[in-house]
Design a protein around this ligand. Structure first.
Ligand SMILES: [Zn+2]
Length: 321
């Protein structure tokens, strides 16, 4: 990864904001180059969302090739994430018998945990390898390997009591449409829980996953609230989760990603590559803790004291009354 030092952005600003659709003004924030692809980050004066141009999701193949979802459950079960814990710590009254949809459910361990709490669960993810794990390993039935468009338009769905959508909105190339789909399938008194990395967190530039084409947008609480309101929601509650974990990841920088990429490109069956990648990631996590836990902890303490909005924004949305 290199950062261009030119004063002129490589990609020109759009005519209208790709997030809120306003013909606003756009401030150039940052340049990014990966391989031969050049990206420019802009901030919209109307919705305050920052977005990368070109504004395009790389599609399911790109994500499946990275294999993040498949190795995740072996190495770091996703239910340990802060946003999952927030939901799993809801009372039995809030969960039992409730119909829950997880958008971007990956391999489904979170849905399996919800099912064990008495929820009726649905899930969608466009990574069909991850959905295979959800079906075979976690025995989930209502999980679909589809794009969000195909899922919401073509699958017969109930009205949900709870819809969760964690670390998804920053990947999609039409956040308003995502929120419209969610709104359409929500009970009138339903609850929506979304999370996305806070762009004002400490050392945000060192998180290798926060660049295009992986992430297309960057969010602050204000930006998030603007777009939620435009989609017919009101922000009911905001919290910050995974503050330490994300700081730790910025401390370790690109070390483990480089290695994982090499293995991902190497020959061998996809199964053996997944195991090797998982192992390297696991060692990477060990090394990260050994080397970086202390500085990350110091930053975390500082962040707490200084009121920094670290980690991921975790917001509960409800329909506008
Ligand atoms: Zn905008």
């Amino acid at each position: 990864m290199t950062f261009s030092k030119t004063s002129q952005p490589s990609q020109s600003a759009p005519f209208a904001c790709p997030v809120c659709e306003a013909q606003a003004s756009f401030t150039s924030i940052q340049e990014y180059m990966t391989g031969k692809a050049l990206f420019s980050l802009y901030e919209c004066s109307a919705c305050k969302v920052q977005f990368w141009m070109p504004f395009r999701n790389p599609g399911a193949d790109w994500y499946e090739q990275r294999g993040d979802n498949t190795i995740q459950e072996a190495v770091a079960p996703k239910v340990r994430r802060g946003y999952h814990k927030q939901i799993l710590s809801l009372s039995d009254t809030d969960l039992q018998g409730k119909k829950v949809l997880d958008v971007g459910c990956g391999t489904g361990e979170f849905l399996a945990a919800l099912q064990a709490r008495g929820c009726k669960v649905w899930g969608v993810d466009f990574d069909h390898i991850a959905i295979g794990v959800a079906k075979n390993q976690f025995r989930l039935e209502c999980v679909f390997a589809l794009t969000l468009g195909d899922f919401f338009k073509n699958v017969s769905l109930p009205q949900f009591d709870i819809i969760t959508c964690f670390e998804v909105i920053e990947h999609v190339d039409n956040p308003l449409r995502l929120l419209a789909y969610i709104r359409k399938t929500l009970q009138p008194h339903g609850r929506v829980f979304l999370s996305t990395p806070s762009r004002v967190r400490i050392a945000a530039r060192s998180n290798v996953w926060d660049y295009p084409p992986n992430h297309l947008t960057r969010w602050s609480e204000e930006a998030f609230s603007n777009v939620a309101q435009k989609a017919g929601f009101q922000v009911h509650n905001v919290n910050y989760v995974d503050q330490f974990r994300i700081l730790l990841e910025s401390m370790q920088g690109s070390f483990q990603t480089g290695l994982v990429k090499k293995v991902a490109m190497s020959s061998g069956s996809s199964r053996s590559r997944a195991i090797k990648t998982g192992l390297i990631r696991f060692l990477g996590v060990l090394k990260a803790y050994a080397l970086f836990a202390l500085p990350a902890f110091a930053l975390w303490l500082y962040g707490k004291a200084a009121g920094k909005k670290n980690g991921s924004i975790f917001a509960e949305l409800r329909l506008k009354g």
